[in-house]
Design a protein around this ligand. Structure first.
Ligand code: COA
Length: 276
């Protein structure tokens, strides 16, 4: 991850504000947590696994950042409401929700079990809706807020063995546009980010194809071959980093994002446009 000093933003840009980041303790979510906290926000990391949220919290606290953590499975609507109410009461406000929690794995659609379909759609789509709906009254009451949800690019063209995730993320795109229009009168800006290939641990786990699937396991390749893949297949010639994505979230959370709502920002080095 890029060191804090690498930020292009003013260090007090988001001072005094509060963000809740689902899945904010690992991978891209952790990159977002770190950048937002380094810009003065108090960041609440909400995720399922203590080995993610507690470790990440301690890591960021050790950097002198203002961070707390809480256990949350975004599929559990009651728990989502409880956690979000608790956070807003504790801090007196909630300025930004980042719907970053996601689940994914390769599986052939013909044999996908109902529970496998449900697990991914419930995390990616229902979870995004549950959290967005829970922050609405708080943001409305305080005169506005920002929601940034995590989408992807694979549903732009169809992606074998990811029916569950591509369907869910297409839903996240639709939800983003609809909530943007519906909640604009309350000054709640609703946008999405669509990251491309970023080789974090979670993405490696999710994007490891089944044996004999015919899908190349690009993340398992040796470093040199991965770099070759990036040169050949990603127009900007490199893999993405969590910081590449976090920069867009910070911009959307800042006054620079005041007139932006309903937008879906692809952050992928041009990858999806270039692939056949
Ligand atoms: N292929 C087919 N089915 C799978 C599967 C795979 N690779 N992985 C999980 N499933 C199925 C399970 O068999 C189960 O269905 P069943 O009850 O019919 O057997 C269902 O999905 C739920 O799996 P489970 O592991 O109990 O769910 P969970 O809620 O604990 O976790 C995920 C769901 C998606 C988070 C988990 O599968 C995971 O860790 N995925 C990889 C990491 C990841 O998603 N990272 C995010 C990066 S985008």
């Amino acid at each position: 991850m890029a060191p804090e000093s690498d930020t292009i933003f003013r260090p007090d840009l988001l001072a005094g504000q509060v963000a809740l980041i689902t899945g904010g303790g690992s991978g891209i979510g952790l990159g977002i947590s770190e950048l937002l906290a380094s810009l003065g926000m108090h960041v609440v990391i909400a995720s399922r696994k203590p080995e993610h949220f507690d470790v990440a919290r301690d890591q960021l606290l050790a950097q002198g950042l203002s961070v707390s953590s809480i256990a949350l499975d975004v599929r559990d609507q009651e728990r989502v409401r409880t956690v979000i109410d608790q956070v807003s009461q504790q801090h007196g406000r909630l300025d930004l929700l980042v719907n970053n929690a996601a689940g994914n794995f390769y599986a052939p659609s013909a044999t996908l079990s109902p529970n496998a379909w449900k697990a991914v759609v419930e995390i990616d789509l229902y979870g995004t809706f549950h959290c967005s709906q829970a922050v609405y009254p708080i943001m409305k009451q305080q005169g506005g807020g920002r929601i940034v949800s995590t989408s992807m690019t694979l549903h732009y063209r169809g992606w074998p063995q990811m029916a569950h995730a591509t369907a869910a993320k297409a839903g996240v795109d639709a939800l983003t546009r609809t909530l943007a229009v519906e909640w604009a009168p309350e000054r709640i800006r609703v946008n999405a980010i669509a990251p491309g290939p970023i080789p974090t641990e979670g993405v490696r786990k999710a994007f490891t194809p089944l044996p004999d699937s015919g899908i190349p396991d690009v993340f398992a390749a040796a470093t040199e071959r991965m770099e070759q893949y990036a040169r050949d297949r990603i127009p900007l010639g490199r893999w993405g980093t969590p910081r590449d994505v976090a920069n867009m979230v910070a911009f959307l959370a800042s006054p620079g994002g005041d007139w932006i709502t309903g937008a879906i920002f692809v952050i992928d080095g041009g990858e999806w446009l270039a692939k056949s």
